[in-house]
Design a protein around this ligand. Structure first.
Ligand code: 3H9
Length: 707
């Protein structure tokens, strides 16, 4: 039909194959090609039915997301998928959709415009549009409730989670599961129904439910969205659109859906979430480490240190089926570590995440040891000992002699110089940082720290491995704190300054939670342990510039033994269930320390709190970018979204700054510099881009073109 859609015949059935790699997205030409093939089939008396199937690994992953950017920037007008699907549904002869891989978004909408659907048991179907800040825009919110009922349609459209083909079959969305050859099974199915009259989804109404039933479903769904998907526009719009299906004829329901789709598509939230979608895939691309770079095998791993981090890292590997040798210095430490791992798994079993037999198999894969004897055949060793240069160097020297030549030696340091650590070995090309985030078995981010001599093979191996481990690996350069923690420093510095200047502890956290962050900066400190930063600050005190203001409140709290949740006291006080409450003692202490330091006290607004904390991130991010420690602004965004609870619908700190407008951000930073001095010196790159009227996203594109 065209080069995106192929047509063949199998006796009396037309087979229409969508061939638009990598995921058969409905790019311009694909729906038109399918429709042309169906029109032709209807005119051919020898043909009784059609099967639509995807070439390669999947059916159709949805509309072409790249097209959305063209639509919002006016390059392309809104696609005409909806009327094309209506015409497919109008086919006089049955059209059977044969699904393998995924039928997502527009892919499921296409499938529902067919008269029947068959699927491989491993397939998945869903309306994940809300994850991109939009709603189904080609009749999905109108056809899905007609096929599976209102409650499940609301769940799928507003929640965005796919369902398995088996579940879809039990819901009535899939007519038959086909084991084995999908194309052959689909053709046989098409032949079996070829003589029956076609049934159009849009004409059905038996599953739409009564007004009273529907009212309760929509009220509960809206309530749940407001609680669980705080601040997101698309899930509420999706519910409105499904509600329209229950109140309006199909065509009018589609008009409501189209209006809501357009409103969502043009929102900042959607632009941010689409940026996140592409950036998550972009981070895997390293200009000087092409994807053909050979990766080394990682079939057996050792972890040194069975503390919270080491234990979590061991869980990450065994969860991916990779056996782990777990070493600690003595039996007591090792047992404590193993017990922590067992407790973590027990919680997962209680919560229904894992079965006991799965957990038993994972635990079998962990071999606890006290010596390096079992390290000789591991492919990679991850060090997760106490954060200090001296102990790390000792461990790396030991690893160097215990591990076979070529084995990768990785440090889980969160701040220390990876080249200095590599210097303790005879193989700096095999050394890099793998900075997992706590809890390692939960957090998705993995900062992969490239040392001066780290080989390309080692980088390629760890980038690929991160995907196998269920992590999102982001390559960063070797600067103090790497990318995430280097930016977190100024962010938490400002949070402390604000309290020292008179803001309430809770007001600082609340302003940032209201901004969308998962947690406020001070509560995060309490969770991570205030002593961690305190220890690091002590190690780096000699680098502080004399005369430049430094926060003192957290160090003083630590001096009083207030380390946060672990000591039941930090910025907040905690009960035995780790529930936080404001601690008047902290307010009194900070006011006293501030008075001694001569810091004037004042009322501080929520918007100042947000500006100071968020723009501190942006300014440091711009420096990191210019210095080349992050490959792209988008990489910084992905780090903040996956490691630091930054709200995805704001796209990450750098995208957020682009959305506000860099001239405005720059101007505010200049004001803060006037008020607070040199810590707020604008990053040169930010200044330049603001003056040129450019964005960080444009900078990324420029850099890519130059690479
Ligand atoms: C929609 O359908 C709206 C409708 O209601 C209609 C409105 C009118 N478009 O993820 P991967 C690219 S909205 C364009 O690494 P996997 C992706 O960027 C859409 N490109 O593979 C990557 O490119 P590159 C609703 C797409 O095997 C490559 O394909 N649908 C699209 O790990 C491989 O992707 C969704 O939200 C797309 N739709 O996972 C589903 N999808 O190699 C989005 C992927 O250059 N897609 N690409 O970096 C997915 O969830 C996953 O891609 C999928 C495969 C599970 C399908």
């Amino acid at each position: 039909m065209n080069n995106l859609v192929r047509v063949s015949t199998n006796d009396d059935v037309t087979v229409i194959t969508i061939d638009n790699p990598p995921v058969n997205a409905l790019s311009p030409g694909v729906p038109e090609g399918i429709l042309a093939a169906i029109d032709q089939m209807n005119q051919d008396p020898a043909i009784k039915a059609a099967v639509v199937i995807g070439a390669g690994r999947t059916f159709v992953a949805g509309a072409d997301i790249k097209e959305f950017g063209k639509m919002t920037s006016g390059v392309r007008s809104r696609g005409s998928l909806l009327p094309l699907l209506l015409r497919i549904e109008d086919s006089r002869k049955p059209v059977v959709m044969a699904i393998h891989g995924s039928a997502f978004g527009g892919g499921l909408e296409l499938a529902m415009a067919g008269h029947n659907r068959v699927a491989s048991p491993s397939a998945q179907v869903g309306q994940p549009e809300v994850n991109l800040g939009i709603i189904p825009g080609a009749g999905g919110t109108q056809r899905l409730p007609r096929l599976i009922g209102v409650a499940k349609a609301v769940e799928m459209c507003a929640g965005g989670k796919p369902v398995s083909a088996r579940e879809a079959a039990s819901l009535g969305l899939i007519d038959q599961l086909i084991e084995g050859d999908l194309a052959a099974g689909a053709v046989a199915f098409a032949r079996s129904i070829a003589e029956s009259p076609v049934s159009k989804t849009r004409d059905r109404s038996e599953k739409l439910g009564s007004a009273a039933e529907c009212a309760a479903i929509f009220a509960t769904a809206r309530d749940s969205v407001r609680k669980k998907q705080r601040a997101l526009l698309a899930p509420l719009a999706a519910i409105d659109a499904v509600e329209a299906a229950t109140q309006l004829p199909f065509e009018e329901g589609c008009q409501t859906e189209a209006r809501l789709f357009t409103e969502c598509l043009f929102s900042d939230q959607s632009k941010a979430l689409i940026h996140v979608f592409f950036s998550e895939r972009e981070v895997a691309k390293i200009p000087d480490v092409p994807k053909e770079t050979p990766a080394l095998p990682v079939n057996r791993v050792a972890v040194v240190g069975s503390g919270t981090m080491g234990g979590g890292i061991a869980m990450v590997f065994v969860n991916a089926g990779i056996p782990v040798v777990l070493k600690d210095v003595d039996q007591a430490a090792l047992e404590m570590g193993l017990n922590r791992i067992k407790r973590n798994y027990a919680t997962s079993v209680q919560r229904g995440r894992f079965t006991q037999s799965y957990v038993d198999e994972r635990l079998e894969l962990i071999k606890p040891v006290l010596s390096y004897d079992a390290f000789s055949d591991v492919d990679m060793a991850v060090e997760a000992v106490f954060e200090g240069m001296a102990p790390k160097k000792t461990v790396f020297a030991e690893l160097d002699s215990a591990c076979r030549p070529g084995a990768i030696l990785a440090s889980n340091t969160s701040t220390l110089n990876i080249d200095e650590i590599a210097g303790a070995t005879s193989r700096p090309e095999s050394v890099l940082g793998t900075h997992f985030f706590s809890p390692a078995n939960v957090m998705r981010l993995l900062e992969i720290v490239r040392g001066k001599k780290t080989s390309k093979e080692v980088i390629a191996t760890c980038m690929q491995m991160s995907k196998k481990l269920g992590k999102i690996g982001v390559l960063v350069g070797n600067c103090r704190g790497f990318v995430g923690n280097r930016m977190f420093g100024p962010y938490r510095r400002e949070a402390q300054f604000l309290v020292e200047e008179g803001a309430d502890v809770a007001a600082v956290d609340e302003a940032l939670v209201e901004f969308g962050n998962a947690m406020g900066p001070l509560a995060t400190g309490d969770l991570a342990g205030l002593d961690v930063g305190w220890r690091i600050r002590k190690e780096y005190r000699h680098l502080e510039k004399p005369g430049v203001r430094q926060p003192f409140a957290e160090d003083r709290l630590c001096e009083l033994g207030r380390y946060g949740q672990k000591t039941m006291k930090g910025w907040y006080q905690y009960d035995e269930n780790r529930r936080a409450s404001a601690d008047p003692e902290v307010t009194t202490l900070v006011r006293k320390w501030s008075a001694e330091a001569g810091i004037p006290q004042r009322q501080i607004s929520a918007s100042e709190i947000v500006d100071r904390c968020i723009y501190a991130l942006v300014n440091e991010g711009a420096r990191i970018l210019e210095e080349g420690y992050a490959l792209r602004a988008a990489d910084i965004d992905i780090i903040y979204l996956n490691g630091y609870g930054f709200p995805p619908y704001r796209g990450g700190p750098m995208w957020h700054a682009d959305t506000v407008g860099l001239p405005k951000v720059y101007q505010r930073i200049c004001e803060l510099q006037l008020q607070h001095g040199e810590l707020w010196t604008p990053a040169p790159l930010l200044k330049r881009l603001a003056e040129e009227g450019k964005t960080f996203a444009e900078y990324d594109k420029q850099q890519l073109a130059a690479a």
